[in-house]
Design a protein around this ligand. Sequence first.
Ligand code: SF4
Length: 354
Amino acid sequence: MLDWYDTHKRSMPWRETDDPYRIWVSEIMLQQTRVDTVRDYYHRFLEAFPTVEALADADRDTVLKHWEGLGFYARARHLHTAAQHVVDEHDGTVPSTMDAIKDLKGVGPYTAAAVLSIAYRKPHAVLDGNVTRVLSRVFAVDEDATTSAAEGHLRDLANELLDPDRPGDFNQAMMELGALVCTPRTPHCDRCPLNAVCRAHDAGTEEDYPITPESEPVPHEDIAVGLVFDDNDRLLIQRRPDEGLLGGLWEFPGGKQEGDESMEAACRREVREELGVGMTDVEPFYTLSHAYSHFKITLHAFRGRLADGPPEAREDQPFRWVTVDELDDYAFPRANRRLIEELVRRQTEPSLFD
Ligand code: SF4
């Protein structure tokens, strides 16, 4: 595996550093996100926050702005909180023991093992989706890989195989093999360094592994969104609560359609419930679809004027009035960002309401 890795590994910026902070940032970014997407974010993020102290000192909105578009925003919030903990409790040094590093917000078994093995050469095997697939095939593991029993079994296998001298490289070799060769569909067994010992390959059952339960259909929601303008063509935006999906990001007020109400009625109700104001001159603005990891939405945006007011903020959801040009200063979820692109496009009209 190490010979194969030395010859075939892809060049990645986080493979050219032994700074535990940079490796930690890369591992958080790479969770559920493709390597090619992460590259640019990694450079920009580290340019803005080159040290753990710089990240700890930054304000939350600035951190989220640098994460905008990368998704899974809890990662950014937790990384920020954890950086403050590293500065306060560990003198700015990323912990080098399993107990201490697992104490950091957002650092689970995978990230802990990855940072300890790659940055500190500690013998901890990682188990991510790629490693699970490779091991399940090589050992023909006939257990549901999503159960904790199978996970424990796979983790034991990974730890037994781990190279004690180059644990970080071995972990990366396993992940790289899963990403490049032992792919979910049509693995390239002919150029795999493990093909002589792989049981699934021997039996011609590669794609039967890993064993997973049938996936449920992806749920879908219709969401109404209000683009509420004041008399100066400024828009009302509000910040989502810190915890939960897309926490801490800014958005236009809105929410799910209820019962048999129309989408416009849902928009008016949500704006009233969230900010205590009504809308006049309401008209459809734009409809778009967006897929999150576990559900899909269709977003129905309506534009209108503030009918009464002033708006009132909910306790943990401050609001602001901003011009279309100022929207770029705030971090928005990707679906809202598409609405903003449409707003900018239509701004070339003399007035949004002409
Ligand atoms: S031989 Fe094929 S199935 Fe087995 S580990 Fe290699 S690529 Fe995966």
